[in-house]
Design a protein around this ligand. Structure first.
Ligand code: ADP
Ligand code: MG
Length: 594
């Protein structure tokens, strides 16, 4: 018997109701005739408090609340990939019917209707199966192979029935299992999972493989591991959205989960239109086909936004459990935290820092801690990597969301207003950012043949640090008054910034770089720095070194030399050697003439 209740009080997305029968904390409920979806967030003896995930305007006291007996959950299945959903994984429409391009959602909207998919069994009657094991392959028609697993909360059991290869609806049993006690369990292609509970795994694995983004400043200076986490704080207009979208387009994940959280609807519609046309460089197919978009734009009910990041990560775990590498991006977690704050206020909770509830920090932890590289229950390897944008009000990184997030992430990619204003993109500040995975990933770069990766990375960072100090000095005493060695540091740092870290998301050639191209560029810049020091020691002025044509050529290599054109990079190598010979030769001639 599921509980029923009668609404006594409504405030925005929150209502209280007099309960008849039992309700569970976090139980999913429906409200009124429209069957608006809600979740029980507080249970007292005869009163429940419900957070409603839809527009509550027009609701009155007296309206009925119907329990479901189940925790708030979403239906995960093969039909998710390539589609767009609201914060509770209900399909949403874009563009048509409603004004403007904003995504829209209908009140009381249901989950996707059952659909048919191709199924091919991998097990036979009599086989013993455990939770998380693959029992068949699923094809969706767009070419991305998916799998059907024994749900993670099933006891071990013996196959008593298995569907033959063919087309099956995702809500009918493809397999029946009998457990040790004789209980029967039916497996369907689509399966429910409560969003706030992490899906279980076999084992967490160390993160020693990079999640490549194609962005040099990230992959080489602040790399993220598969299963790692990164926070991207940045004020308005510093490039958070462009960065997340760029990573979504070019990173080496099998599946992308993009959570658009409280950002403008037209931005999201733009993203969808772009993804729908963008060819995936790895498969030659459309990027959208391996993307799941979860949208709770600013025009949609605020409370569903609170659930959306958990829904997003649940979807990511679902694909991870099939042995895939998934990258989830959330833009922006600040809008999510604002939703949390608003709902908390309606619940009458005591506000903490900046009005956020005291549990802001633990909720952020709940989210980021679900990122991992794992051995799945079924024995496969998969990962969920999480990137979250943070938009601190007026760009102040000491505010609560930025601050608490920092405690739970392995990488910080801090966007800098001054760099953005100078149109230096990506505007990641090399001195405010960090990665705790760099050491662990050095071995990977080594195995790819880039043996000096760790050394060059440190060298670059040290030069950039020195640059920051010297610039302050240059402002006071003037650049000309500085010693030659320091002037050379400034030229080398300029080269690192302009030739390596700067990378336009809109450049056909440079919008992404393979690790091979990144390694070649890194090595070339390293060679230039070595040569420049050698020249300086031979008495050549820094200005003379920096005015050599090779300096300009290196500056432009990102924009000019495409992937795979290794010959042109080798030419730069030869030109650098020739420059060193020419400058030292001139010098010794001049000396001989003295
Ligand atoms: P935010 O999401 O932080 O408010 P956006 O990502 O919307 O900022 O970026 C604002 C503008 O900055 C973009 O419209 C674009 O013109 C420019 N921009 C940001 N990042 C890049 C980039 N990596 N390459 C080129 N232009 C960029
Ligand atoms: Mg943005």
């Amino acid at each position: 018997m599921t509980g029923q209740a009668t609404t006594t009080w409504i405030s925005g997305p929150v209502l209280r109701a007099r309960a008849q029968g039992g309700f569970l904390l976090r139980e999913a409920v429906t409200v009124g005739e429209q069957r608006l979806l809600g979740e029980v967030v507080r249970v007292a003896r005869d009163e429940i408090t419900v957070q409603v995930y839809e527009d509550t305007s027009g609701l009155r006291p007296g309206v009925r609340v119907q329990g479901s007996g189940q925790l708030l959950s979403v239906r995960l299945g093969p039909g998710i990939l390539g589609n767009i959903f609201d914060g509770l994984l209900r399909p949403i429409g874009v563009g048509t019917e409603r004004a403007g391009d904003d995504p829209w959602v209908l009140p009381g909207m249901r989950e996707s209707a059952a659909a048919k998919f191709g199924f091919k069994p991998r097990v036979s009657v009599g086989d013993m199966l455990r939770a998380g094991q693959v029992l068949g392959d699923v094809s969706t028609g767009n070419g991305y192979a998916q799998r059907c697993l024994v749900p993670p909360d099933f006891p071990p059991g013996q196959v008593t029935e298995i569907a033959p290869a063919g087309s099956v609806a995702d809500d009918v049993a493809v397999c029946r299992l009998r457990d040790a006690e004789g209980g029967e369990h039916a497996v369907t292609l689509s399966q429910r999972w409560p969003v706030r509970i992490p899906r279980p795994v076999g084992q967490r694995l160390p993160s020693d493989e990079p999640m490549l983004t194609g962005q040099r400043i990230l992959d080489c200076l602040f790399p993220i591991a598969r299963g790692g986490t990164a926070s991207i704080p940045g004020g308005f207009g510093t490039g958070k959205t462009v960065l997340l979208e760029t990573v979504a387009k070019w990173c080496d994940a099998d599946v992308i989960v993009y959570v658009g959280c409280g950002e403008r609807g037209n931005e999201l519609a733009g993203l969808l239109a772009e993804f729908a046309e963008l060819e995936d460089p790895r498969s030659g197919r459309l990027l959208l086909e391996r993307t799941v978009v979860i949208a709770n734009t600013s025009n949609m009910p605020v409370s569903a936004r609170e659930a959306s990041i958990y829904t997003g990560i649940t979807v990511a775990e679902y694909f991870r459990d099939q042995g895939m590498n998934v990258t989830l991006m959330a833009d922006s977690t600040s809008r999510w935290a604002e939703a949390l704050r608003e709902v908390s206020g309606r619940l009458g909770e005591l506000p903490g820092e900046a009005g956020y509830p005291a549990y802001l920090s633990s909720r952020l932890a709940d989210f980021y801690e679900r990122a991992a590289r794992v051995r799945t229950l079924g024995g496969a390897t998969g990962a969920v990597t999480v990137l979250g944008a943070v938009s601190p009000p007026s760009g102040d990184f000491s505010e609560p969301v930025t601050n608490h997030t920092r405690r739970y992430v392995g990488c910080l990619w801090a966007l800098d207003v001054r760099r953005a204003q100078a149109r230096f993109y990506p505007a990641i500040h090399p001195l405010q950012s960090y990665s705790s995975s760099a050491r662990g990933l050095a071995r990977w770069w080594h195995s790819e043949g880039c043996t000096r990766w760790e050394q060059l990375r440190r060298r670059f960072l040290t030069l950039l640090e020195e640059e920051a100090k010297l610039e302050r000095m240059a402002r006071i005493i003037g650049r000309d008054a500085m010693p030659a060695r320091q002037r050379l540091v400034l030229f080398c740092a300029q080269l690192i910034n302009q030739a390596f870290l700067r990378q336009s998301a809109f450049s056909e050639i440079d919008r992404y770089a393979t690790p091979q191209r990144q390694a070649v560029m890194m090595r070339l810049i390293g060679s230039f720095i070595d040569s420049a020091e050698q020249l300086l020691n031979a008495g050549i002025a820094p200005e003379e070194i920096a005015s050599a044509p090779i300096f300009r050529a290196l500056m432009r290599m990102g924009e000019e030399i495409p992937e795979g054109d290794w010959e042109r990079f080798s030419e730069l190598d030869r030109e650098l050697a020739a420059t060193v010979r020419r400058l030292t030769g001139q010098r010794s001639e001049a000396e001989a003439g003295d």
